[in-house]
Design a protein around this ligand. Sequence first.
Ligand SMILES: *Cc1c(COP(=O)(O)O)cnc(C)c1O
Length: 369
Amino acid sequence: MIPVNKPRLDGNERKYLMECMDSGWISSEGPFVKRFEQGYGARLGRRHAITVNSGTAALEAAVLALDLKAGDEVIVPAFTIICCASAITRAGATPVLVDCDPLTWNMDVEQVRARITPRTRAIMAVHVYGLPVDMDPLFELARQHGLRVVEDAAEAIGLKYKDRECGSMGDVSCFSFYANKHITTGEGGMILTSDDKIAERCARYRNLCFVPPRRFVHEELGWNYRMCNIQAALGLAQLEKLDQTIAIKRRMGELYQELLRGVAGLHLPLDRTPWANNGYWVFGVVLSDDVPFDAAQAADRLAAKGVQTRPFFWPLHEQPVLRKMGLFKGEHYPVSERLARRGFYLPCGLGLSEHELRFSAAALKEILV
Ligand SMILES: *Cc1c(COP(=O)(O)O)cnc(C)c1O
C-alpha cells in the first residue's frame, strides 16, 4: 500500500536527537526548544515564537489569549478541522461560519463581510491544503471593524501570500508539526505573534499558568502544552531544510497536475491564484457530479489498487458534537458540503517516490474510466 503520508527525516534530525540523548536534555527545558523558537520567529519576522505540543494546543492558547467574552463571535470557515471550532467554544466564544470558495477551497471573503455583527471580535483564517487565503481583504475588514485575525497556517508552513510568509500575518498565527506537515516533530505546534500581551498569555497558558513570585501558587488555570527538547530537535533540523521541503512539495503537485490534467470526472486544485502559488501541502481532487460514486467509494477503489487516500474535511456545521451544542441550526454551506462528499487527497508525503506518485495518479485514472 502506498501510504498517504511518509515523512522525510534526512537532515540533521538524527544528529540533534543524539545530542538530546548524549546531553540528557529531553524535557522542555532543553536547549533545542529555544533554538527552534528563535529560528522560527526569525524566519517569519515575528517577535515571539512559542512552541506547544500540537497545532490544536496552539489554536486553543491563541484564541484564549484574545480574552473573549461569552457571546463574542469568531468567524471561521465551515470547511476546516474541528479544532478551529473547539478552540473558539472552549474560550467561551461562538463560532460563526462562512462557506468556502469552490475553486480555492478557502473561506469566501465576501461572506465574511456579511457575517460581521456587533459581537464579532475576530476572524480565523485557515490556509487550506497549501493554497493561501486572500488575506488583504480580510485585513481590510478587520481594520474597518476592529477585529483580530487569527491565522491557522498549519497547512501553509513556508508558503507565501504575495511577498509575505504565511503565518507571519495574523495578530496571532498558529502552526502544527504533526507528521504530515511541512515541518514535523511527530506531534507539536507553534504560536507566532508580535503582540507582547498575546505572547505573554500564550506562554503562561502553555505552562500551567506558573507565575512569580511563588512557584506552585496559581491565580489562573492553564495546561501543560509544552514541547519537549526531543521534538524541538526534530523541528530545528526540519526548519533548516524548509526551502527544500517546499520545492519538493511544489514539484509533486506539478507532476500530479501534469498526470491528471484533462482527466474526465476530476476537478484539480488551482495551481495558483493572483496572490499565491499553491504549495500543495496535499494534492486534493474533487469528483465531478457525473461520476457515479462519491469520495468514500473512490477511497475504497483506490485502496483495492494499493493507494491510500484521505477524505476532505467534514464541515463544521455538520459536526454532530457542535450541533448537539446547539450551534449552526438550519445552516447550510453547500460548497463545503459538496467538497466533503466529493473530495479526497492522494499520497503526497515528503517521502513519496516519483514512481509511487505516478502509480497513484494512474490508479486514480483507472477507477474513473
Ligand atoms: C493539522 C492541523 C491542525 C491541528 O494540528 P494538530 O497538531 O494535529 O493538533 C489545525 N489546523 C489545521 C488547518 C491543520 O491542518
